[in-house]
Design a protein around this ligand. Structure first.
Ligand SMILES: Cc1cc2nc3c(=O)[nH]c(=O)nc-3n(C[C@H](O)[C@H](O)[C@H](O)COP(=O)(O)OP(=O)(O)OC[C@H]3O[C@@H](n4cnc5c(N)ncnc54)[C@H](O)[C@@H]3O)c2cc1C
Length: 406
C-alpha cells in the first residue's frame, strides 16, 4: 500500500489526510503541537468562518494573490462541496451576513471535533508532538521526512501543509518554506497580510477604541489608488485596524517600501456639495456656538477636535464667522481625513502570510511539485492569499483536497 506523510495538522493537512485515507492510502499525519488545529481553533474569533457561500465569481474576486492558480482546486472542491463535506460529518452550518459560513453552534471546536473523528474513522495515524526537521529527496523523488529527534520516516508521497508565518504561537513558523527550498523551490517574499497599520499621526492613540461604521477608505501610493472599500474600522494606540484596514493591507504587497496614505471618507453617503449644505444647516442652527461645539450631530465627539485641527481652523471660532473657505476645508477633511502609513504590525497580529512557495512550480490540479516527484504543498504555505470572509480556509480545504486526492 502506498504510504503517505502529511506534515502539519492544520486545516489543509487534516483535509488532505482524510481524503487520501478515504482513497485507501496509508496516511500518517505529523503535527508538532500537542494537539491538532491550534490555528483553526482561534479562527473567526473562536467561531470558525469556514467558508463563504458566495458564487464562484465572487469567490475568485476575494482571492488577492494567484487566483488563476486556484481555479482547478477551487472548482474541484468548491465552497458548496466544503459545506456538504462538513454537513456530511454531522456538523450543522449556518450562513451569516456577507455569506460567511459558521458552525451552527458558533464553536470552532466543533469543526475540529468532526475532523478529528473522521481522521480516527479513516484510520489516519496521527502523531502529535512530532516535528519534521527536513524532508528527504533523492534524484528529484521524495523519500520521506527527517524528524527533530533525527529519526527518519519513509513515504512514497509527502504533503507539506505547514501553514505560513502568522500567529507563530499556533505552530506556523514557516518550516515549510525551508522544506520547499530543500526541494529546489523558490519562495516569493513573505510579509504579514490582513494586518493592522501603524500611522505617523499620533492622534490615533488619543481616540483609541473608537470604531467608525459605514465609512469608506482609500489607500493611495502617490496618485495610484491601491484599495477602496466601505465598512468598519477602528483606531488603536499604534494606528488603525478593523475589517476595512485589514482588507486594505492585503493589497499592499507591491508597495511595502513606498509611502502610503489612507484617506477616510467620514460621510460617504453625501457628496461634497451635499455635505457642505449639511454643514451650512448645522452652522445656522448652532450659529452662536464655537465650532468645537457645533459638530455633535455630524461626528463622534472624540473625532471633532481632530477633524477641526486637520482643517486648520481654530476650535473656539464662532460658527457664524467661519468663512466659506474654512467650511470647504472642513468638507475636504470630512471627505478625506488623511493618515500616513508608517508600517504594518508583525506576524503576531497578521491573519495570514503573503508570499510563499512559488505556484509556477506547482501543478495546479494536484498540488504536486514540478521539481520533486511525490512532493505536494497545500494551504497557506503556498503563495496564495485572500480577503477575510472564509476565503483563506476555503483555499486550505481546496488545496488540501487536491493534494490528498492526487
Ligand atoms: C486569528 C486568525 C483568525 C482567522 N480566522 C479565519 C476565518 O475565520 N476564516 C478563514 O477562512 N480564515 C481565517 N484565518 C486564516 C486561516 O486560519 C489560515 O489561512 C488557515 O488556517 C491555513 O491553514 P493551513 O492548514 O495551511 O495552516 P495552519 O492552520 O497554520 O496549520 C499548519 C500546521 O502545521 C504545523 N506545523 C508547522 N511546521 C511543522 C513541522 N515542522 N512539523 C510538524 N508540524 C508542523 C503547525 O503546528 C500547524 O498546526 C484566520 C487566521 C488567524 C491567525
Amino acid at each position: 500500500m502506498e504510504r503517505m506523510i502529511v506534515i502539519g495538522g492544520g486545516a489543509a493537512g487534516m483535509l488532505a489526510a482524510i481524503i487520501a485515507a478515504r482513497n485507501g492510502k496509508q496516511v500518517t499525519l505529523l503535527e508538532k503541537n500537542e494537539k491538532l488545529g491550534k490555528k483553526l481553533f482561534i479562527t473567526g474569533k473562536g467561531r470558525c468562518n469556514l467558508t463563504n457561500a458566495c458564487d464562484m465569481e465572487d469567490l475568485f474576486r476575494n482571492i488577492v494573490t494567484n487566483h488563476k492558480f486556484l481555479y482547478s482546486s477551487l472548482y474541484g472542491f468548491d465552497n458548496q462541496t466544503t459545506m456538504d463535506f462538513f454537513e456530511g460529518l454531522g456538523l450543522h452550518l449556518k450562513t451569516e451576513r456577507g455569506n460567511r459560513v459558521f458552525p451552527e453552534s458558533d464553536h470552532s471546536s466543533d469543526v475540529l471535533r468532526v475532523l478529528e473523528q473522521e481522521l480516527r474513522k479513516q484510520k489516519v495515524q496521527v502523531k502529535l508532538r512530532t516535528e519534521v526537521k527536513e524532508i528527504s529527496v533523492c534524484d528529484s523523488v521524495i523519500q520521506g521526512v527527517v524528524l527533530s529527534d533525527g529519526s527518519k520516516l519513509n513515504g512514497d508521497k509527502v504533503i507539506v501543509a505547514t501553514g505560513g508565518l502568522s500567529y507563530p504561537s499556533t505552530g506556523s513558523t514557516g518550516d515549510g518554506y525551508r522544506f520547499a527550498k530543500t526541494a529546489g523551490h523558490t519562495i516569493q517574499p513573505c510579509s504579514p497580510s490582513l494586518v493592522p497599520m501603524e500611522t505617523e499621526e499620533t492622534w490615533c492613540k488619543e481616540i483609541m477604541g473608537l470604531t467608525l461604521k459605514n465609512v469608506s477608505v482609500t489607500l493611495n501610493c502617490g496618485k495610484k489608488k491601491i484599495y477602496e472599500g466601505f465598512g468598519e474600522m477602528l483606531f488603536t494606540h499604534f494606528g488603525v485596524s478593523g475589517p476595512l484596514i485589514l482588507s486594505a493591507s492585503a493589497y499592499t504587497g507591491k508597495y511595502l517600501n513606498e509611502s502610503l496614505v489612507l484617506k477616510i471618507d467620514l460621510k460617504p453617503a453625501l457628496s461634497e456639495s451635499q455635505l457642505d449644505e449639511r454643514l451650512q444647516r448645522d452652522f445656522f442652527r448652532y450659529q452662536n456656538r464655537q465650532l468645537q461645539n457645533a459638530m455633535d450631530d455630524l461626528l463622534p465627539k472624540k473625532l471633532i477636535p481632530i477633524v477641526i485641527a486637520c482643517s486648520q481652523i481654530s476650535p473656539d471660532k464662532k460658527v457664524n464667522i467661519i468663512t466659506r473657505e474654512e467650511r470647504l476645508q472642513l468638507v475636504q477633511t470630512l471627505k478625506g481625513l488623511p493618515l500616513h502609513i508608517t508600517g504594518f504590525r508583525d506576524y503576531k497580529e497578521a491573519i495570514i502570510t503573503r508570499g510563499g512557495v512559488n505556484v509556477k512550480e506547482i501543478n495546479p490540479q494536484t498540488m504536486e511539485s514540478k521539481l520533486v516527484k511525490g512532493l505536494y504543498f497545500a494551504g497557506e504555505v503556498l503563495d496564495v492569499d485572500a480577503l477575510t470572509g472564509g476565503f483563506n480556509l476555503q483555499i486550505a480545504w481546496s488545496t488540501g483536497y487536491a493534494a490528498g486526492n492526487a
